[in-house]
Write a protein that binds this ligand. Structure first.
Ligand code: N01
Length: 897
């Protein structure tokens, strides 16, 4: 083992109290603390680990209640950093018990001789950053205080038990136990009248075993939870075979997966599967007895869409009814108040069946709340229960509780962490906090942590931190601190991520809702383990983006910035496309590009059902044009939107924006008629514009035949299609009709100028590129024609046009010409609304069911269309896809500037 750079030593502080001097102090000797100590030592850092407990284990030291087990399969819930360690230890069960996990951690501590640098029975009371010395001073309650260059909180996410907040708790004369602080000596419940308060993972694991001992068990349930059978036993042979067949590959797959366990990503969404197919998938997952499996393997929209999720919840409630014989008890045990997975689901052994026992009573606190705990038991609003024992399984002050238990943690300028986090935890990457140099958190708020296999996340964090400390030492830096800008950017990215999943829709410890008075917001990072790892790696590879580093003999380094400015799902799509190494479309020629687009579109979700899809032809200026009509499922007639697809006047057809047309038809409750206008280079300018105008005129004249509302039509389009829509409005004004009630312009081409900022900043890397736009322009329009308002509508007269809703995307070369058009319309007196979509790209809103963060924007577009058509606003939401309820609030899509 390499020598420590600074030997651990004791020194006399001025106060006379001994101070232990180390390079790094780690608080917590659980999975994270042990691995950190091992890595830090190997890297040559003098390290001390401090833990209040009297042995290693962290959460597994304290949570000794009956039935305590892990609920990630033990093949996955293990250290992976040392293949020899992996082969030296064999788990006895699919889900190991707490004693076995504790033995494992003891085995690890012995194997790497870790205990000699751990101070047990030592609580860190306060931590103070000494600006002059550039060191942290940790005050302990036992023995020497600690002075360290780096201070790492490896305190766990669920380690500070939450007080039960019930009146009279101190009055009870019987025995009281907390699952999170279970006694080390045996607790005998035989023949006793026992109460369990709380039905989270701890309660659900403990209840069946307590019921076997107690004379009578009364369970006090406030919120029913979803629980799945663990089907414990030997580790499943298929998983073991997968692991043993390619251990390194299996582990690597886990590291890049969404939840830290290698399961494939599902692509089929619920509405693409039949009832029978969904049931088959569900039964298979139920039989697997694995939380990650059921949370990820049913259908792709189960975690992101309320409708897709409701299908799973319904199937689980069916199971509860089938197991629990008393219908009233079954109903009380059935969760309806939160989406499945939004609150942490549980893994159980005989949980629901326990309520069939004659010695078990369920008290539904929603119907009869606890009034008080008395000397002899618990009184609800309806009755009293005499008890010998009360077990509190009431949970934790999660994610922040154990960090804030060191109080105060005083950073730069004397600022306490409690004031910085008064409105909720602010972190950069969940690892660091601006204003608190050299302080790291392992699996802190803002990292995937509790939404992942903790061991995978712990190893990733510990590796990242130790690698940074090592690199700093080599470069001569002594302090590292996140910048405010990077931290604010991370908060924004966290907020964007949390609009993707359903976690925000439940009151849970994920959001701080379980602790009265705690600031609320989704605390873990919901973007997934693999994407998070990629982000951390990118921070490192981009010169520690968002960190300031200083050292005594080196110039300060600060590469400030935000690591993710794209919407999280847009980033994933772009990364996926980059990995596919697709050809540049403009290099394929028109025919090749069209074939490519057809092939590309074949792989996307087809779009949700609408009332009817009708194909037809309409007379263009020079022969028939194909169209496809999407009719809502509601009773007509409906207002008609004439739609023009994107594709740079060169690519696409009346079907190529099918998912977008279906979605907008459902959301707006309007007929969409998508027009197959003719394309360049075969038909150059002004064919597309004239076809668009002719089609609009024909649709308006034949509205009744098409099932539409007579009167003005609306126009809409995307990209070059939005160009045609804008031009059509100008032509309709100038040529005596048809009347147009409103225009929806999504990322419109409005001007043949290529020097606006967005053309420069977003020239490449965001799907639509500047070279591709040049190619489109060249194929469609000669330079001499480019100032004609029929292709550059920004150059035309704008007065007297119909009201407009203009959508622009931050990372789109066309952004600024769209903004310019909206501004020019406003100046010309046209009512105009703008949606400047932050973090989005040119294709964001048409990638329906792929870019989930586009939902809120499309909901606003549909609202605008309904407004233009004079329809009530709320109908759009009722008629639209259920994912309307999944839409983030409008302010989630804010101005780009
Ligand atoms: O805590 P919880 P937990 N009056 O917060 C109820 C992990 N874990 O210790 O939902 C009445 O989930 C509360 O009701 P409500 C796992 O991540 C893992 O069980 O707030 N009831 C809820 O029912 C888990 O999610 C394992 O309405 C009160 C319960 O108490 C996390 O730890 C095992 C109340 C608390 O449930 C926390 O689980 C155990 C009150 N005043 C835990 N206050 C593994 O298997 C709270 N409740 C690895």
């Amino acid at each position: 083992m390499p020598e420590a750079t600074v030997a651990t030593r004791a020194s006399e502080a001025t106060s006379g109290r001994t101070v232990q001097q180390v390079d790094v102090a780690v608080v917590g000797a659980g999975f994270a603390g042990l691995y950190l100590l091992h890595r830090l030592r190997k890297a040559g850092f003098a390290t001390v680990v401090l833990d209040e407990a009297n042995d290693v284990g962290g959460t597994w030291y304290w949570n000794r209640y009956p039935g305590a087990r892990c609920d990630i399969q033990t093949v996955d819930y293990s250290y992976t950093f040392d293949p020899e360690l992996e082969s030296a230890w064999t788990w006895s069960e699919k889900y190991a018990t707490q004693p076995e996990i504790l033995r494992y951690l003891g085995f690890v501590a012995d194997r790497y001789d870790l205990r000699r640098d751990i101070r047990f029975g030592t609580r860190v009371k306060e931590a103070t950053w000494d600006e002059a010395a550039e060191r942290w001073l940790l005050a302990t309650d036992n023995g020497a205080n600690v002075s360290c260059r780096f201070y790492i909180m490896a305190t766990g996410c669920l380690s500070a038990p939450k007080p039960p907040e019930i009146a009279g708790v101190g009055d009870f004369r019987g025995e009281v136990y907390f699952t999170g602080r279970w006694p080390h000596q045996e607790v005998n419940l035989v023949g006793k009248r026992v109460a369990v308060i709380g039905t989270g993972s701890s309660g659900i694991q403990a209840i069946p075993l307590i019921a076997e001992q107690a004379a009578h068990l009364t369970v006090f349930q406030r919120t029913p939870n979803f629980a799945l059978p663990a089907h414990n036993g030997p580790a499943p042979s298929d998983r073991v075979a997968m692991l043993e067949g390619n251990r390194a590959g299996y582990r690597e797959q886990a590291r890049w997966s969404l939840a830290g366990v290698p399961w494939p990503q599902q692509t089929a969404v619920s509405w693409q599967l039949s009832d029978a197919e969904r049931r088959e998938r569900f039964e298979k997952a139920w039989a697997t007895g694995d939380l990650v499996c059921i949370l990820t393997q049913l259908w792709a929209d189960q975690g992101v869409d309320v409708d897709g999720n409701a299908l799973v919840a319904q199937l689980i409630r069916e199971k509860i009814r089938a197991i629990v014989t008393d219908p009233e008890t079954a109903a009380a045990l059935s969760p309806y108040d939160h989406p499945f997975g939004a609150k942490r689901p549980c893994l159980d052994t005989n949980y629901y069946a326990t309520y069939n026992r004659p010695n078990v009573t369920l008290v539904n606190l929603r119907q009869e709340p606890i009034k008080a705990i008395t000397a002899f038991g618990i009184t609800t609003s309806k009755r009293s229960f005499d008890l010998d024992v009360i077990v509190f399984a009431t949970g934790f002050d999660a994610m922040t509780g154990a960090i804030m238990a060191v109080h105060p943690i005083t950073g730069r300028g004397g600022k306490p962490l409690s004031s910085v986090w008064a409105e909720g935890p602010q972190t950069y990457l969940g690892l660091t906090v601006a204003g608190f140099p050299n302080l790291f958190m392992i699996t802190g708020p803002g990292s995937p942590s509790v939404l992942s296999n903790m061991i995978v996340s712990i190893e990733q964090h510990a590796d990242w931190v130790v690698d940074r400390l090592t690199a700093m030492r080599e470069a001569g830096f002594t302090t590292i601190e996140a910048t405010e800008r990077a931290q604010a950017g991370w908060a924004q990215h966290m907020a964007d991520c949390s609009t993707l999943t359903l976690h925000r829709l439940a009151n849970t410890w994920y959001t701080g809702a379980n602790v009265p008075g705690k600031a609320q917001g989704v605390m873990p990072y919901t973007g997934g383990v693999g994407p998070y790892r990629a982000i951390c790696n990118e921070v490192a590879s981009r010169g520690l983006l968002g960190f300031k580093l200083t050292g005594p003999n080196v110039p300060e380094q600060c590469n400030d910035g935000e690591i993710v400015r794209l919407q999280p799902d847009v980033r994933l799509v772009l990364n996926m496309l980059a990995d596919m190494k697709l050809p540049e479309i403009e290099s394929l020629g028109a025919a090749g590009a069209r074939a490519f687009v057809t092939m590309f579109n074949a792989g996307r979700p087809a779009g949700r059902p609408v009332g009817e899809v009708v194909d037809g032809t309409l007379p263009g200026t020079d022969g028939p044009l194909r169209y496809r009509l999407y009719r809502p499922a509601t009773a007509g007639p409906h207002p008609i939107v004439v739609y023009f697809h994107g594709g740079g006047w060169v690519l696409g057809d009346e079907q190529s924006d099918e998912p977008f047309c279906r979605d907008m038809c459902r959301r707006s409750g309007m007929i969409f008629v998508s027009v197959g206008y003719r394309h360049a280079p075969e038909h150059r300018f002004p064919t597309a514009a004239e076809d668009g105008y002719a089609a609009t005129r024909w649709v308006a004249e034949h509205a009744a035949e098409l099932g539409g509302t007579p009167g003005p039509v609306l126009v809409a389009g995307w990209s070059a299609g939005a160009n045609i829509a804008a031009v059509t409005c100008q032509l309709a004004r100038d040529r005596g009709g048809p009347p147009i009630a409103g225009q929806l312009l999504l990322c419109p081409v409005t001007d043949a100028t290529f020097d606006r900022r967005s053309y420069i900043d977003n020239a490449t890397g965001y799907f639509l590129t500047r070279p591709l736009m040049y190619w489109f322009w060249d194929l469609y329009c000669s330079p001499a024609d480019r100032t004609d308002p029929r292709v550059s509508p920004l150059r035309g007269k704008l007065e007297g046009l119909p009201p407009a809703f203009v959508v622009t995307c931050e990372f789109d070369p066309l952004r600024d010409e769209g903004v310019a058009y909206a501004e020019a319309l406003r100046v010309a007196g046209v009512p105009v609304e703008q949606l400047k979509a932050r973090g989005h790209i040119h294709t964001s809103f048409t990638m329906v069911d792929v870019v989930i963060t586009g939902v809120a924007g499309r909901a606003r577009m549909a609202d605008a269309l309904r407004r233009f058509a004079g329809l009530p606003q709320d109908m759009g939401k009722r008629e639209g896809a259920g994912s309307d309820r999944n839409a983030s609030p409008p302010e989630a899509i804010a101005a780009a500037e």
